[in-house]
Design a protein around this ligand. Structure first.
Ligand code: ADP
Ligand code: MG
Length: 750
């Protein structure tokens, strides 16, 4: 190996002025030489050595390596040159204190991509050679000065470079140790080129084969070249640190500042915990909903109404129709019917429906639109109950499951069509309107016992409607007679709902489906029904009726037993529900749109609406929690920047060993990645732990909330990845700053 410096000049820029540290240096070095560079402090010795070692760049001139000009070298070529051809030994040792002796020595080889076992064997071999076999696993801080310098020499030798550059290697050692080190260097100088900077003439005289004297950046004397110039080819090989080494470097570094790392990770994990909990809770809710859908809502029937619109709470009340374009002062006309499908519930369909496999449904209920006239008697005077003030409806659940949905507060559940119950809320509250409709004085105290066993009467058509000259009128003048002949109902129980999903009414009278069938049967052949069936005029006022008006009127008075306006199909499992829907879909196949039958699965609609609700709430909450994720990634950026400042020396050392800018960036990226992953894992573990107290507290508010927070493994894994990613992003800028640091200046930092 041969080095040749031609007119090397180095100018340092200090603000606008420049300082010439080296002026027109011409030198040649050859294999086997031990050259000493002598000169006073500040004369440019280190600068010269750094230029020869490719750590610093010359301003003018050229440096030839084996006759190859370095003018066109790029960063990577210099990195490779340092790594393969140069071994540096510094006055201040420049060891990485958080790595063991062995790891320090291995570092140079790691950069050149040597396999682990080979690296280790070679490093031990070299450490043995410099007499440090028993110190392999010590940290440099526990070694003496001489020992540290031996480690540095071992590190310089490990890649078997052709050139060893030693910058005042004995400057910090006592004279005895210095002699030992110098003999060691002399010993290794066979077959290598050693260039040593010193200001001790004695050392230079005693050990070197040639002395070069430097003063104020210029050569003032040099001995003659002792060896012939050999020239072979030079081709730089590329180096690269693998990511695992970067991880190890940063991991060891983080171990030396555990406290700070842990605090940082805790701070960074807060955002993860926030997002994690939001996800856990929405996840818990979602599972709860699907449980409810499976266990409780499954008993809600599939509905087939005459008019079907998509059901959902977001549609309640307001129209969801939004016009595409309209003028500012235009009134846009909207007909809700355009979004409503009219189901033609024909006898054909009913026959088809009832032909459905018996196993997949339990019962089918038909609603014919009959609104009975109910009479209540209080203080001997019968009164028509105002059904606009009190709910009067049948249960929409199978009778056997009644106790799953309602709790009995007094009395019993209805056993036959003539037994009804009063629905109130869990705090015994009942609306004044209902109390009045039932015939009680709302200003007097009312007890369960006052209501239990109360009798209500449903008027039969033949008693209620009297005919005169072909016109029917209600016999309100003799309600007592109507009441006496009517169908007697008894309030046998007072109930509340166990679950709010089922009842949206404010309470009122609930009866069994069979009561309706019973009443329809009793009224079907009444005079008014027969008269109305045979006339296209209203039997009440002889006004003309359209066919649909006629049907409506017949339904209202209970004469319609053929054209249901609502069908309720009951079943007992989610799978059966799907089968029922398939059965209906089969009916629709090949039919024109207006002939198709659409159904509503209330249970599903409720479930879906709730999950949409939960999704939107979680999105909002996650967005809030994410702000802390952003904050923590900025914080990580700052922490990494501080680390860059602290590890500046390490940056210089890695660069001197041939590490590239990318390697440096990698070291700090590894650091942020470690912190981020650690923070992520911490956050995820904390999230998991926190779900327990959250569930414990939640269950105190509502029994059904006992599993409200449930972690999802996939979410947790994604969160760790997000945490690692965000901190990685946060660390990118500081690690870029680190990679751009000038290695010479980095090494000068104390
Ligand atoms: P030596 O190693 O012989 O003591 P150096 O090579 O370190 O001297 O420095 C040579 C001269 O160059 C000194 O005067 C020093 O102040 C100057 N010098 C070194 N590095 C820089 C720099 N980055 N910017 C400006 N001046 C520098
Ligand atoms: Mg110096």
């Amino acid at each position: 190996m041969m080095l040749s410096l031609k007119n090397i000049t180095k100018d340092y820029k200090i603000g606008k002025r420049s300082f010439r540290a080296l002026n027109n240096i011409n030198l040649q070095f050859n294999k086997g030489e031990f050259v000493s560079i002598l000169g006073p402090s500040g004369c440019g010795k280190t600068t010269l050595l750094n230029i020869i070692g490719g750590l610093d760049r010359y301003s003018k001139g050229d440096l030839f390596i084996n006759g190859v000009s370095t003018k066109e070298f790029d960063d990577k070529d210099w990195d490779s040159y340092r790594n393969h051809s140069i071994g540096f030994v510094f006055q201040s040792y420049n060891l990485i204190n958080h790595l063991t002796v062995l790891d320090n020595v291995e570092l140079g080889m790691t950069l050149s991509g040597v396999s682990q076992t080979k690296r280790k064997n070679r490093s031990i071999e070299v450490l043995e050679k410099v007499g440090l076999k028993s110190h392999l696993y010590k940290k440099p801080t526990t070694l003496s000065g001489g020992e540290k310098q031996r480690v540095a020499i071992a590190r310089a030798l490990v890649n078997d470079p052709d050139i060893i550059l030693a910058d005042e290697p004995t400057g910090a050692l006592d004279s005895e140790t210095a002699t030992e080190i110098l003999s060691l260097i002399q010993q290794i100088s066979k077959n290598k080129l050693v260039i040593m900077v010193t200001h001790e003439k004695m050392h230079a005289d005693a050990y070197s084969t040639r002395i070069i004297r430097l003063k104020d950046g210029e050569i003032i004397s040099k001995n003659a070249q002792t060896k012939d110039i050999i020239s072979d080819d030079y081709k730089p090989k590329r180096t690269s640190m693998n990511f695992f080494t970067a991880l190890k470097l940063s991991f060891n570094n983080l171990k030396t500042k555990k406290f700070r790392t842990i605090i940082t990770a805790i701070a960074a994990s807060v955002g993860i915990i926030g997002v994690g909990l939001v996800l856990a809770i929405s996840n818990g809710f979602r599972e709860q909903i699907s449980d409810i859908e499976k266990d409780q809502l499954v008993n809600l029937p599939i509905l087939i109404g005459r008019e079907e619109t998509e059901v959902g709470f977001d549609r309640a009340g307001a129209t969801t129709f939004i016009p595409e374009n309209y003028e500012e002062n235009e009134l846009v006309v909207y007909n809700p019917a355009q979004d409503t499908h009219i189901n033609k519930i024909t006898q054909e369909f009913i026959t088809y429906l009832e032909a459905m496999d018996n196993d997949i449904y339990t019962t089918i209920h038909y609603e014919f639109g009959y609104t009975p006239t109910v009479i209540t008697t209080e203080n001997q005077t019968p009164e028509i109950m105002d059904l606009s003030k009190i709910g009067f409806s049948s249960f929409i659940i199978p009778e056997e499951t009644m106790s799953d949905y309602y709790t009995l507060k007094a009395g019993m559940f209805p056993q036959n069509p003539y037994q009804v119950v009063l629905l109130i809320d869990e705090w015994n509250v009942i609306e004044q309107d209902i109390v009045e409709a039932l015939g009680y004085d709302p200003n007097e105290k009312l007890y369960f016992d006052d209501v239990l066993n109360k009798e209500l009467t449903i008027a039969l058509n033949d008693d209620l409607y009297l005919e005169q000259n072909g016109v029917f009128f209600p016999n309100y003048s003799d309600l007592e007679y109507v009441s006496d002949n009517g169908v007697k109902l008894e309030i046998v129980g007072i109930i509340e709902t166990t679950d709010d999903t089922l009842e949206y009414s404010n309470g009122g009278i609930k009866y069994l489906y069979s009561l309706k069938t019973e009443l329809l049967g009793l009224n079907a052949n009444s005079n008014i029904c027969e008269a109305q069936a045979n006339s296209d005029q209203s039997v009440f006022d002889l006004s003309a009726l359209t066919p649909s008006e006629k049907e409506q009127l017949m339904s209202f008075i209970g004469c319609n037993t053929e054209n249901p306006f609502l069908i309720q199909i009951y079943t007992n499992s989610v799978e059966h529900k799907e089968s029922i829907k398939e059965h209906i879909a089969l009916y629709n196949e090949g039919r024109a749109l207006e002939e198709k039958i659409f159904e509503t699965d209330l249970a599903k609609a409720i479930g879906e609406t709730l999950s949409t609700l939960i999704t939107s709430i979680s999105v909002v909450l996650t967005a809030f929690a994410s702000i802390s994720l952003v904050v923590s990634s900025i914080m990580i950026g700052i922490i990494i920047y501080i680390s860059v400042l602290e590890r500046t020396k390490e940056i210089g050392i890695i660069r001197s060993l041939g590490g590239s800018k990318r390697d440096i960036a990698r070291v700090f990226n590894a650091e942020s990645l470690i912190i981020g992953t650690f923070a992520g894992i911490l956050g995820v573990v904390m999230t998991f732990i926190l779900t327990f107290p959250i569930n414990n507290i939640a269950v105190k508010y509502d029994e059904s909330l006992k599993n409200v927070a449930q972690v999802n493994i996939t979410h947790l894994i994604i969160l760790v990845v997000i945490s690692a990613f965000l901190t990685f992003i946060g660390g990118l800028i500081p690690s870029r700053i680190a990679s751009k640091k000038n290695p010479v200046e980095a090494l000068r930092v104390e």
